[in-house]
Design a protein around this ligand. Structure first.
Ligand code: VGL
Ligand code: ZN
Length: 199
């Protein structure tokens, strides 16, 4: 029997106002996300989960600033302020998020040398998080994505999900963007072109 799942991306303190990598209006989506959680049978969360000194942090690269891009062995990587450090308050889910119902929490970005925007594959685009296998084994063929940030973790997750054969909807009203150098428009166009339903 085909089933649907709601996947809530990175609704953590560090991505909300006051956090280390705050997304404008990040906390505004919480009431809507909570409604969607209440009205969806299967709920999965992702949690950005970096060790201290992670290679995606600008502070790990001498002379580099946050929001610059560098070349990593696996390709280009944007550098970020230190954020979502394993076990820190910033890595916790926002206290307003009704997360208790979640059946699975996918942690990502826990390998020191590689970042992971997508809930499905790390930024080398080949290291799997195991999420596609979990969904398939559970008979889930259709997913709705919400959370932070629209143009990074939500978009990368949506594009991978489509490539993995899932039916994918992004609820843009339940997402907020970082929008770095036009990244929101770029990623919206990519999602639309790939067949992600944007509503
Ligand atoms: C994210 C940048 C770095 C996200 C995570 O959740 O979109 N962005 N780590
Ligand atoms: Zn991160």
């Amino acid at each position: 029997m085909a089933a649907d799942a709601l996947i809530v991306i990175d609704l953590q303190n560090d991505f909300c106002p006051g956090g280390a990598l705050a997304v404008t209006g990040g906390d505004e989506i919480i009431p809507l996300v909570n409604d969607l959680i209440r009205n969806t049978e299967h709920v999965i969360l992702t949690q950005d989960w970096h060790p201290a000194g992670h290679s995606s942090f600008a502070s790990s690269h001498t002379g580099r600033q946050a929001f610059e891009a560098i070349d990593m062995p696996y390709g280009p990587q944007t550098l970020w302020p230190d954020h979502c450090i394993q076990g820190s308050k910033g890595a916790d889910f926002h206290p307003g998020l009704a997360w208790h119902k979640a059946e699975l929490v996918i942690r990502k970005g826990f390998r020191a040398g590689i970042d992971s925007y997508s809930a499905f594959f790390e930024n080398d685009r080949v290291t799997s998080t195991g999420l596609a296998g979990f969904l398939r084994e559970r008979g889930i063929n259709s997913i709705t994505l919400v959370g932070l940030a629209t143009d990074f973790c939500v978009a990368y997750s949506a594009l991978d999900a489509v490539a993995q054969g899932f039916d994918v909807t992004v609820r843009l009203d339940a997402c907020r963007a970082i929008d770095l150098g036009g990244s929101l428009d770029t990623m919206i166009a990519k999602m639309r072109e790939a067949g992600v339903k944007l509503v």
